[in-house]
Design a protein around this ligand. Structure first.
Ligand SMILES: Nc1ncnc2c1ncn2[C@@H]1O[C@H](COP(=O)(O)OP(=O)(O)OP(=O)(O)O)[C@@H](O)[C@H]1O
Ligand SMILES: [Mg+2]
Length: 321
C-alpha cells in the first residue's frame, strides 16, 4: 500500500461545502476544512454542532447530502473501500467488549482485519506495550479505568496501522491525569506521521495538540485558525462586572465601549446585570471601574475568570453576525 505514503497529495483530508440534514434539521450547512498530511486538526463545537456527523461522513459511515470530501485522496462517497483501508476510527461510544480482556479485544480486531492468528497475537502485544496496557492485558476490560478503556479504544483503532486517524471526543469524561496520558499517546502517533482529526469540546485540548482548530457552530465553520491565533482572538481573562441595576447595562456598555450583547444573552452566557469584557492587562480593570463611577453606575461585584468555550463562541458568532 505504498500509495498511501506517496507525496502525490499533501492534504490527507479535504472537505468542501459539505452538507447534511436529518429530516428538516440541517446539521451541516456547507463545511470546509483541510487537514495537511501528518498534522492534527481539532474540530471544536458545542453539543449537537455536527462534529460526530462530520466524522461519520469522513469515515464513510454516513452519506453526505452535498459537497465533496476526500480522505487520503479518495472520495468518501465514490471510493469508500479505499478510504476505509487507510483510516482508523475511535468513536465517541466505546467499541471494545467489557467481557473480554484487553488482549482478546485487540486480537479480535486484528482478526476483523484478516491479520492471521500469529500476526494478530503479535500486533496485539505491540499495541498493548505501546499504549501502556501490557500490565492489564489479561484482565477483563470491565475492570479497566476510564483512561485505560480509552487507550484500548485507541489501540483498537490502530490495529490496521492507519495513516489517518479519527478520534471523536477521545478524552471526554476522563480525569485530568488520564487526559494528559492520552494526550501523550496522541502526540506519539502524530510524531510517527499519522494524520489526526480529533473532535473535542475542550479548548485546552485543542490548544495542547492541534496544529489547526476548526470551530463549527450552527452547521458552519466559524473559525479556522492556529490555536495561538484563536486564543489571541479569545483574549486572556474575562472581567465580569455585575451591575447594581440591570437598566444601567446599556449606559455601562457605552461607557466601556462594549458592543451589544444580544448574542451572549441568546446563548444564555450572561444575565442582564452582567457585562463581560476581555481583560487587556491589569490597568484595564481600574479604567473600567473608573469609567463606570464617572457615569454614576453602581457595581455590585467584580469577577475575573478564564475564558470558556462560550467566550469563543460568543466572540466568533458575534463577529460573524
Ligand atoms: N441519525 C440521526 N438522525 C437524526 N438526527 C441526528 C442523527 N444523527 C445526529 N442527529 C442530530 O444532528 C445534530 C448533530 O449531531 P452530532 O452528533 O453530529 O453532534 P456533535 O457535535 O457530535 O455533538 P456532541 O458534542 O454532543 O457529541 C444533533 O442535533 C443530532 O440530534
Ligand atoms: Mg459527537
Amino acid at each position: 500500500m505504498n500509495y498511501i505514503h506517496s507525496t502525490a497529495f499533501t492534504d490527507a483530508i479535504r472537505v468542501r461545502g459539505l452538507t447534511k440534514s436529518f429530516g428538516a434539521t440541517r446539521v451541516l450547512a456547507g463545511v470546509d476544512l483541510t487537514v495537511p498530511t501528518g498534522s492534527l486538526l481539532a474540530l471544536l463545537g458545542p453539543n449537537g454542532s455536527g462534529k460526530t456527523t462530520t466524522v461519520r461522513i469522513l469515515t464513510t459511515l454516513l452519506a453526505p447530502d452535498g459537497g465533496t470530501a476526500t480522505v487520503g485522496g479518495n472520495d468518501v462517497t465514490r471510493e469508500g473501500v479505499a478510504v476505509r483501508r487507510m483510516i482508523g476510527l475511535t468513536s465517541q461510544q466505546a467499541t471494545v467488549d467489557d467481557l473480554l480482556t484487553g488482549r482478546e479485544n485487540l486480537e479480535l480486531f486484528a482478526g476483523l482485519y484478516h491479520l492471521g492468528r500469529r500476526r494478530a497475537r503479535q500486533r496485539a502485544a505491540e499495541l498493548l506495550e505501546r499504549f501502556d496496557l501490557a500490565g492489564a492485558a489479561n484482565r477483563r476490560v470491565g475492570t479497566y479505568s476510564g483512561g485505560m478503556r480509552r487507550r484500548l479504544d485507541l489501540a483498537a483503532s490502530m490495529v490496521s496501522e492507519p495513516r489517518i486517524l479519527f478520534l471523536d471526543e477521545p478524552t471526554t469524561g476522563l480525569d485530568p491525569r488520564s487526559r494528559a496520558e492520552l494526550w501523550s499517546v496522541i502526540r506519539e502517533l502524530l510524531a510517527s506521521g499519522t494524520t489526526i482529526l480529533l473532535t473535542t469540546q475542550y479548548l485546552e485540548e485543542a490548544d495542547r495538540l492541534a496544529d489547526r482548530v476548526v470551530v463549527i457552530d450552527g452547521g458552519r465553520v466559524v473559525a479556522d485558525d492556529s490555536p495561538a491565533a484563536l486564543k489571541r482572538q479569545v483574549g486572556a481573562e474575562r472581567l465580569v462586572l455585575h451591575l447594581s441595576r440591570a437598566e444601567d447595562a446599556p449606559r455601562a456598555r457605552a461607557a466601556l465601549g462594549v458592543p451589544a450583547q444580544e448574542t451572549a444573552l441568546a446563548h444564555g452566557v450572561t444575565s442582564p446585570h452582567e457585562i463581560t469584557l476581555a481583560l487587556r492587562g491589569p490597568e484595564h480593570l481600574r479604567c473600567a471601574l473608573n469609567a463606570l463611577r464617572r457615569a454614576g453606575i453602581g457595581v455590585e461585584h467584580v469577577e475575573l475568570r478564564t475564558p470558556t468555550l462560550d467566550d469563543v463562541f460568543f466572540e466568533l458568532t458575534a463577529a460573524a453576525a
